[in-house]
Ligand binder design. Structure first.
Ligand code: CA
Ligand code: CA
Length: 301
């Protein structure tokens, strides 16, 4: 009888026949019932949402392993390396682009959901995207070339820019000619290889970069007519400094700055006290800086 059962049924009954007692049948290792009937692999994604409920490294929003042929984040595709220059409409699922990326079509930014790195320049053509009000790529970590947001003084409606995971820009980083831009969020940015420019942004009132430590080129803050203050207190090294014609600017804070590679130009800021500018220059001279300065025509106070 027992042999018959062995041939017809599965392992649990065989164990019972063997006279070995009441051992619980072995379970597949991923079937951890402690997590409930709707989450077999205990990754907190329910069976209905999890595209692989036998693997806890796979669930909606999971970190992707690039080019492994496996869809870890359950968006239907692996994240891949894309070789060459791309336009945003054709860059969906690219995690790494080994060339330039041009963002030039309204509605195409969500396609960049997997993008982590662009080895060349990342260019936004705002004139081709007249409806874009928010520019955000949350997954972006690294841009090897230049990154620019150029509104070209065209009264473009773009009002916020957010690259909250971006830590490094190898070339220049520029925000220039944006008439409606009020919010710039670069919470992870630590270094810019060449210059960092904020110029002709006529609605920008404040800039705070908490993690930025080094700028290879000049920090340039020019003609931001509503800008009241900016603060880059973790910044230690810059190639040069230029702050001009920001008519409402009353203060700037560069508390950690120890090295300026070149000239300091601070002039034409109608609300910035000349005495504070002079104090800043004296403090830098005390640190050994001798790169020369042009610091006049600020507020008489
Ligand atoms: Ca899973
Ligand atoms: Ca993958």
């Amino acid at each position: 009888m027992c042999l018959l059962l062995m041939s017809l049924l599965m392992i649990p009954l065989v164990v019972g026949c063997g006279g070995g007692g009441d051992e619980k049948p072995a379970e597949a290792p991923w079937l951890n019932t402690d997590c409930g009937d709707n989450d077999a692999d205990c990754d907190s994604a329910t069976t209905a949402d999890d595209c692989d409920d036998t693997d806890p490294s796979i669930y909606p929003g999971a970190p992707e392993v690039i080019d492994d042929g496996v869809d870890q984040d359950c968006n239907g595709h692996d994240a891949i390396t894309c070789t060459g220059d791309y336009e945003s409409a054709y860059a969906e699922h690219c995690a790494i682009i080994t060339g330039t990326l041009t963002v030039n079509r309204d509605g195409s930014l969500p396609l960049l959901h997997s993008l982590e790195e662009v080895t060349g320049d990342l260019i936004f053509w705002l004139s081709s995207m007249p409806s874009l009000t928010s520019a955000s790529i949350d997954s972006l970590l690294y841009v090897g070339g230049h990154l620019g947001i150029y509104g070209e003084d065209l009264n473009h409606p773009l009002n916020s820019v957010s690259f909250d995971s971006l830590s490094h820009v190898g070339g220049t980083l520029s925000f220039d000619g944006n008439s409606a831009l009020t919010s710039i969020s670069l919470d992870s940015l630590t270094d810019v290889g060449e210059g960092l420019t904020f110029a002709h942004n006529y609605a920008l009132t404040s800039i705070i970069l908490d993690r930025l430590t080094a700028i290879g080129g000049t920090l340039q803050v020019d003609f931001n007519t509503e800008l009241v203050d900016f603060s880059f207190d973790s910044l230690t090294n810059i190639g040069g400094l230029r702050i001009t014609d920001n008519s409402r600017l009353t203060s700037f804070s560069l508390e950690g700055l120890s090295t300026i590679g070149g000239i300091v130009q601070i002039w034409g800021n109608d609300s910035l006290c000349q005495s504070n500018v002079d104090s800043f220059v004296s403090a830098m001279e005390a640190l050994g800086w001798d790169g020369g300065s042009m610091t006049s025509s600020n507020a008489d106070c």
